[in-house]
Ligand binder design. Structure first.
Ligand SMILES: [Zn+2]
Length: 397
């Protein structure tokens, strides 16, 4: 893969690139208005961006009266990789400069197998995208991992469900293989960015993205920027204690939210119910497949199984109470619920969350607070990862 390093040289160029990424291609006239540059200054900056290969002028805009204005867009050959490493699978997508997904590949792999195995799968998928002609030159790669990440050092720190990954230098290993800039963050943060860039949260600058997958986490976007906290662990709501007497969590503490409600907790409770005769539907599914997951609870609840319905209600209630606290604290413009377990549970979970949050929070905070299910699904992570690295590549400092 060719090594490519293109950067804007000043804040004007950065603003032009971001406008072209989010709204482009546009006419020169619209661009000048959008970033408030004089015609001559705009011409200088666009010439320079064209020279370094970031911008192209593919044609002329329709006339608005007078001379037709040239259309300007980001270079058609710019490519970003979005890499979303989940607990049980890896998604890799290649996007164009506007972060449209050109191709996305997915492969099941258990993150507990460690960085050597998992990153080999990532590189194999990148190789396939490359062979397909979509990722021959790559200008940056964003990576999400399912655990706490020190954003500054771009490495996981004591991740509970990722044995073998503690302090592993994900960025430098991938940057060496891919030959491009790489950034690494928690998967929930990149999903929040993806929802803000291309999902239902496009219209808001302050949002919470709650992922219910194997674990539970929350991405916080403040003023259009991910809030990571001092060390990168902001939004780690899965390990807030919701019950002093609760089950032991993967993190070693007792009564964490995700020990009560998460893909792992649902699988545990469903298996227990199947074995002790509390759910015929779950017992049948267990004997058929040998193992139960959160998806089985969704199917059983859908089929009217009272035990499964109870699990969804109870889990939704506990998560809802916690969200009501977050709403009072943060006053978000939207809450997006995502992750594969939430997607499987769907509207019954959403209904429970809405009912608790709207009942428990003050009207001023909930009067204009949509609580919605993600429509991006598995694209949220890869688009957000591409967005993260594009923010950096299009930044001049
Ligand atoms: Zn915990």
């Amino acid at each position: 893969m060719r090594r490519v390093s293109l950067r804007p040289e000043n804040a004007h160029q950065q603003r032009l690139l971001l406008m072209l990424r989010d709204d482009g291609p546009v006419s020169r006239a619209e661009l000048g208005e959008g970033v408030q540059l004089s015609r001559s200054k705009l011409a200088v900056e666009l010439d320079r961006l064209t020279e370094i290969g970031l911008v192209e002028s593919p044609g002329l805009a329709a006339s608005r009266g007078g001379r037709r204005s040239a259309i300007v867009g980001l270079a058609a050959g710019l490519r970003f990789l979005g890499i979303d490493i989940g607990a049980t699978s890896v998604d890799v997508a290649v996007t164009d400069a506007r972060l449209n997904v050109l191709e996305q590949l997915s492969e099941p792999v258990d993150v507990r197998q460690g960085p050597d195995v998992v990153l080999a799968v990532v590189l194999d998928l990148v190789g396939k995208l490359r062979a397909g002609g979509n990722a021959i030159e790559v200008h940056g790669a964003g990576v999400g991992v399912p655990g706490p990440v020190s954003f500054r050092d771009a490495m996981p720190v004591a991740p509970p469900i990722m044995p073998g990954w503690n302090q592993f230098p994900v960025r430098s290993v991938l940057a060496q293989h891919l030959g491009c800039p790489v950034l690494v963050d928690n998967d929930v943060n990149i999903m929040a960015l993806g929802e803000m860039h291309a999902g239902l949260a496009r219209t808001v600058d302050d949002l919470l993205f709650v992922k219910v997958g194997t674990g539970v986490g929350c991405g916080i976007v403040v003023g259009g920027v991910v809030y990571r906290g001092v060390s990168g662990s902001a939004g780690d709501i899965g390990h807030i204690r919701v019950d002093d007497e609760g089950p032991v969590c993967a993190c070693g503490n007792v009564g964490c939210l995700e020990a009560h409600f998460s893909g792992a907790a649902l699988a545990r409770d469903a298996t227990d119910a199947a074995r002790t005769g509390r759910s015929d539907v779950l017992a049948e599914r267990l004997s058929a497949s040998g193992v139960l997951t959160g998806a089985d609870v969704a199917v059983a609840a859908d089929a009217g199984d009272p035990f499964a319905i109870g699990l969804v209600r109870d889990g939704g209630h506990r998560l809802g109470l916690l969200l009501a606290g977050l709403v009072s604290f943060f006053n978000p413009g939207m809450i997006v619920i995502g992750g594969e377990v939430a997607a499987g549970l769907g509207h019954p979970l959403l209904a429970e969350l809405r009912s608790v949050v709207y009942r428990r929070s003050l009207p001023l905070a909930t009067g204009n607070l949509p609580i919605v299910l993600s429509e991006l699904g598995s694209q949220a992570g890869v688009i957000g990862a591409a967005r993260m690295i594009s923010d950096s590549v299009f930044s001049h400092d």
